[in-house]
Ligand binder design. Structure first.
Ligand code: PEP
Length: 246
């Protein structure tokens, strides 16, 4: 039985004040959740959010990390620094990183290796664009992203996959539960081929305009084990309702 996992991706939003309000609101509303929960604020708010979540059911993660452990990499943040701070999770290969920072499958693979070595649990984000889906390429793209990130890894402890069709992120369009399940089933089949992975144990999250109103029907699918939530995670009541649906 896979325990559900609901993660918040705050992206580049917030201030110290709004982060404090958001965490306080969540702590008030979440009592003995039946899902694991993690918040991924921006790097600059990590310390504050870690302090606010200490001793609670809320874990904390980063939205990205370097592929290197230390050195002359100005502006980068090493996974070791995140682990040292108290983070448990890190998002890798988010489509906005792939799109705006040209992250390749090779770079995502290197980040994933560094993150696991540092003791972080990686959430590998994959998903096709609208054009790729319309061209019938969705499954090929997802398989390539999975292989590109996982094929050469020597350790994959704590691996989570987030399937986030790019056309559904921040657009208000959500994959139907059937569309999402079809891809999640396919991802689990692909994972069964990866050395060192127990495909039945890996949690597969869906991401793309998840909100309280559509969460339950997505979570009812057999291979959807939770969600990676962007916009709706910035409202504590909405996010708490998504967690309740898990
Ligand atoms: C995301 O950024 O990972 C995401 C799924 O965003 P949204 O929920 O806003 O579509």
């Amino acid at each position: 039985m896979r325990r559900p996992l609901v993660m918040a991706n705050w992206k580049m939003h917030g201030s110290r004040a709004s982060a404090a309000t958001l965490v306080a609101g969540l702590l008030e509303q979440i009592d003995d959740p039946r899902a694991d929960i993690a918040l991924c604020p921006s790097f600059v708010h990590l310390s504050q959010v870690l302090d606010a979540c200490a001793g609670s059911a809320l874990a904390v993660g980063a939205q990205d990390c370097s592929h290197m452990h230390q050195g002359a990499y100005t502006g980068e943040v090493a996974p070791d620094m995140l682990a040292d701070l108290g983070c448990q999770w890190v998002l890798l290969g988010h489509s906005e990183r792939r799109q705006y920072h040209d992250e390749s499958d090779g770079l995502v693979a290197a980040k994933l290796a560094a993150a696991v070595e540092a003791g972080l649990k990686p959430v590998l984000c994959i998903g096709e664009t609208r054009e790729e889906r319309e061209d019938g390429e969705a499954f090929t793209v997802v398989a390539r992203q999975l292989q590109g990130a996982l094929a050469e890894q020597s350790a994959l402890a704590g691996l989570v996959i987030a399937y986030e069709p790019v056309w559904a992120i921040g657009t208000g369009l959500t994959a139907s539960p059937e569309q999402a399940q079809e891809m999640h089933g396919y991802i689990r089949e692909q994972l069964a081929e990866v050395k060192g992975v127990d495909a039945e144990q890996v949690r597969l999250l869906y991401g793309g305009s998840v909100k309280a109103a559509n969460a339950a029907s997505l979570f009812a699918q057999p291979d959807i084990d939770g969600a990676l939530v962007g916009g709706a995670s910035l409202d504590s009541a909405e996010f708490a309702n998504i967690i309740a649906a898990a």
